[in-house]
Design a protein around this ligand. Structure first.
Ligand code: HEC
Length: 103
């Protein structure tokens, strides 16, 4: 009984906590210190990634837009340039996927 219960708990943790397991996107976010200004769910200096995901929900070009934004350091609403991500395209795409999967 105890074994199956903890197995069930582990399964739930896996299902809910995919962000807790680092992949290339999470690694890059950590290396680039995105967390200085962003978290998944709360607004810091920048918007929460959940709110970004919400803003782009249903938009087919969301990944491309955010990829270009991060790759080139897009303009922010206050006119400054956003932090530019220096990394391999595939890793930036993985990072965009992490952002868009946030909720
Ligand atoms: C120095 C603070 C800072 C850092 C570091 C930073 N951001 Fe941001 N980010 C912002 C701010 C502020 C905005 C809101 C821009 C605006 O108002 O247009 C933003 C917006 C965004 C957006 C939304 C763009 C949109 O079109 O709505 C994404 C995605 C994003 N950041 C991802 C990242 C990632 C990934 C990193 C790490 C590589 C990162 N940011 C690092 C401050 C930061």
């Amino acid at each position: 009984m105890r074994v199956s219960l903890s197995l069930a708990a582990a399964t739930i943790a896996l299902a809910l906590g995919s962000n807790a397991f680092a992949g290339p996107g999470e690694d890059l976010a950590a290396a680039q210190k995105c967390s200085k200004c962003h978290t998944a769910t709360t607004t810091k200096k920048g918007p929460s990634w959940a709110s970004v995901a919400d803003k782009y929900k249903g938009k087919a070009d969301a990944s491309d837009k955010l990829f270009t934004y991060l790759k080139t350091g897009g303009k922010m609403s206050d006119g400054d340039d956003h932090k530019k991500v220096e990394a391999a395209d595939a890793d930036i795409k993985a990072l965009v996927a992490v952002v868009l999967a946030s909720k």
